[in-house]
Design a protein around this ligand. Structure first.
Ligand SMILES: Nc1ncnc2c1ncn2[C@@H]1O[C@H](COP(=O)(O)OP(=O)(O)OP(=O)(O)O)[C@@H](O)[C@H]1O
Length: 555
């Protein structure tokens, strides 16, 4: 069998007709598979781009070495899913039924455009209101923030005489990342709008400690903080009064452990006890999308023995060990894997981004990378290959080049002229991180390249595609990454790039009840060909470059 991936970058993609005629082979190369991936969606786009009636002249092209000598992609055995876990997101109960203050119910209705509680909210809010320590497990994007925020605010606003901010912190919320701290703080600010005497505040590493100290002097009722910065204040800030903390929330507990915060949380709990907020007087709530023995250990540090356990997935049979845990992903999530040989990873990534973002102007995408360096490398690379901004900058540098070359550049860079690229990782200044987080959250479309700093807890509305350019260490991490889309009942898609040697990852996910469909890399590359403007190729001068060649090396 021909083991070459013989995609010719200048020839037309094989038509559906001809693809169908090809006999099926046991093993396949990237050319042989009939389109399974989004075939119905691709048709209209073909029509849009095909300049009807206009035949593209067949180009006797050069086949880049990128596309030759490629390994065969082995067929995977059929999926072996024993258990699959589905969780209904919304309950039939409204917030009104949870005995929340009418102002808060009205506020929620305006903010969310809905009055129905999610399943985890329906189950957990009454338990939290009853005053019991609680462990809450629920899938990503199921509304865990409001699950703790609503009952806390409900109880605090009822206290008479009214609480004053000078009395010290009454509710302490610990979250693993700065972005999540800001996000939770924003929700608390919105929910306390009608109860002006409850003052929320936020501490995050990377902010100026001096200004945080000044704000602390004025006082907060509800404080959100990352563990490191809170410990710092507890040991150095005089006015850090935690003696009256009656709620302690440990949000994204599994992530907190991954980041090595177990010891910090233990020290915070000790500091609270020392200041007089003992576990008997305090109600502690731990939230996590995955629960394993390490999370249970963390719970043991802070929660009372007599605690409630809320599992919104309601799967009582589930074995709660890290190995056999059946993980829960939203039903509205479409999941794929892409088996890609290393040398094609970049061009397939560029094709996928270009084609998905070209299909609609309202596309929001996250690309997860293994390292900060990878994010820093890929962001300008994709931007210069696919977006107009960099091209314009580059064209102005090349002022004076001959017209033919400028025209050529313009044509080939016209793959997509609107995609905005962003990057986010832990080695950026806090100011940059906050700016990127807020801007990306608010833009209607864009592509954010990030490390796992964005994998947990972040609520970025309207993200409809997650690309994992490198596989995460564990299936639990996979669930958190894909959890940035398909939130609260919305639809979303996720694709993970795997080298041929990594295909066992698909089986590993199946052991956890997660089923991935295969996306065909050739079809993805075909999409790129269709996006390249169909002008006849201008005569090239020696030394001239094209955008496509920026990411497809010359043969
Ligand atoms: N009852 C509800 N009705 C409609 N939208 C809701 C409801 N509850 C929460 N949401 C929205 O759902 C989104 C996700 O909520 P949240 O970030 O709290 O989820 P999560 O379970 O903490 O997710 P993750 O595990 O990823 O952190 C938010 O935008 C929030 O506004």
């Amino acid at each position: 069998m021909d083991s070459e991936l013989s995609l010719n970058i200048y020839t037309e993609p094989a038509s559906k007709e001809s693809a169908k005629k090809k006999p099926k082979e046991k093993k396949r190369n990237l050319e042989a598979e009939p389109d399974e991936f989004e075939s119905s969606k691709r048709e209209p786009k073909k029509a849009k781009r095909s300049h009807e009636g206009e035949q593209r002249p067949p180009r006797q092209g050069v086949t880049s070495s990128l596309f030759t000598g490629t390994e065969d992609i082995p067929r995977l055995p059929p999926p072996n899913i024993k258990k699959q876990k589905h969780q209904t997101v919304f309950s039939q109960l409204t917030f009104e039924k949870a005995n929340l203050h009418p102002f808060m119910v009205k506020n929620l209705e305006e903010l969310l455009g809905s009055t129905k509680m999610t399943e985890v909210q329906r189950l957990a809010i009454p338990i939290i209101l009853s005053g019991k320590d609680t462990i809450i497990k629920s899938q990503t994007g199921s509304g865990k923030t409001l699950t703790y925020a609503c009952p806390i605010i409900q109880v605090l606003q009822e206290i008479r005489p009214k609480i004053s901010r000078g009395e010290g912190v009454m509710a302490l919320i610990i979250v693993p990342t700065r972005e999540l701290a800001l996000q939770s703080y924003e929700w608390l600010s919105k929910l306390t709008k009608s109860f002006t005497w409850l003052v929320p505040g936020v501490f995050t590493g990377g902010e100026k400690k001096k200004s945080e100290k000044a704000r602390m002097r004025k006082g907060f009722t509800i404080l959100v903080s990352t563990p490191g910065r809170l410990l710092d204040h507890l040991s150095t800030t005089k006015n850090c009064n935690m003696s009256k903390v009656r709620y302690l929330i440990l949000d994204e507990a599994d992530r907190m452990l991954d980041l090595g915060y177990e010891e910090s949380v233990a020290k915070i709990v000790t500091a609270l006890n020392d200041q007089g907020s003992t576990s008997e007087l305090r109600q502690t709530i731990l939230l996590s999308a995955t629960i394993n023995s390490a999370v249970e250990r963390l719970a043991g540090l802070a929660l009372k023995e007599s605690r409630e356990y809320v599992d919104a997935s309601n799967d009582k049979e589930q074995a709660e060990t890290a190995d056999s845990e059946v993980l829960c992903v939203p039903d509205t999530l479409d999941q794929w894997f892409l088996a890609v040989p290393p040398k094609l990873r970049l061009v397939v990534l560029a094709s996928l981004v270009a084609s998905k973002c070209e299909l609609t102007n309202q596309r929001k995408m996250l690309i997860f990378c293994a390292t900060q360096d990878m994010v820093d490398y890929l962001t300008p690379l994709l931007a210069s290959a696919l977006s107009q901004k960099d091209t314009t900058e580059e064209s102005s540098d090349e002022e004076g080049d001959d017209e033919e070359e400028a025209e050529d550049e313009k044509n080939l860079s016209g793959i997509n002229t609107k995609i905005q690229f962003f990057r986010l990782h832990g080695n950026m200044t806090q100011k940059e991180r906050t700016e990127v987080f807020k801007t990306f959250r608010d833009v209607p479309s864009g592509v954010l390249l990030c490390t796992d700093v964005a994998s947990r807890g972040l609520d970025l509305p309207k993200v409809d595609w997650i690309i994992q350019f490198t596989a995460p260490p564990t299936p639990q991490d996979y669930v958190h990454r894909v959890g940035r889309t398909a939130r609260v009942g919305h639809k979303g898609s996720a694709v993970i790039f795997l080298a041929l040697s990594e295909l066992g990852y698909v089986t590993k996910l199946e052991e956890h009840g997660i089923r991935l469909k295969e996306m065909d890399a050739t079809k993805v590359l075909d999409e790129l060909l269709m996006l390249i403007p169909r002008e006849p190729e201008p005569k090239r001068r020696r030394g001239s470059r094209s955008k496509v060649r920026n990411f497809i090396p010359p043969c």
